[in-house]
Design a protein. Structure first.
Length: 154
């Protein structure tokens, strides 16, 4: 007699947590689409198309240029020290673009009673710190690697 395969479902607590997360996501979806569902659907489709047709080729091309530039110097493994801060900086730009670009200054001021000034400056500072920290980490790792390397025998 053949046994039925056992499904890896997890513990009852995990299943309850998963069911609660699905219920919360369904509630959020219903609330989001309750108003102007067509605008929300168009925004999602537009965001997917913008990402897939414009942004993805741009950052893939930029990554390829960085990797090729580092390969020419024999330092391909250094690419992650550029990729990580660039990805974090790009994510911050994507999230805060309306405020960084100044497109929603009046709306931000009326909603929060705070001045919308300084978002561009802060984003640039955060980007500089990310790249600076990455460069410092790379320098420390290169220094540690050169200390461990035995001296060359002539």
């Amino acid at each position: 007699m053949r046994r039925l395969p056992v499904l890896p479902l997890g513990s009852p607590f995990q299943l309850l947590l998963l069911a609660c997360s699905f219920a919360l996501a369904a509630y959020a979806g219903v609330q989001l689409l309750a108003g102007d569902w067509l605008s929300v659907a168009l925004w999602f489709v537009g965001a997917a198309l913008l990402h897939d047709l414009v942004l993805l080729p741009l950052y893939a091309l930029a990554d390829r240029a960085v990797v090729r530039g580092l390969e020419a110097g024999g330092r391909r493994e250094w690419a992650m020290y550029v990729r990580v801060p660039a990805a974090l900086s790009g994510l911050l730009l994507l999230v805060w673009f309306p405020l960084i670009s100044g497109m929603v200054d009046r709306r931000y001021r009326s909603a929060t009673a705070l001045p919308p000034d300084g978002f561009l400056t802060r984003w640039l500072l955060i980007t500089a710190v990310l790249f600076g920290a990455s460069a410092l980490l790379l320098a420390l790792r290169v220094r540690r690697a050169t200390k461990r390397r035995p001296p060359a025998v002539h």
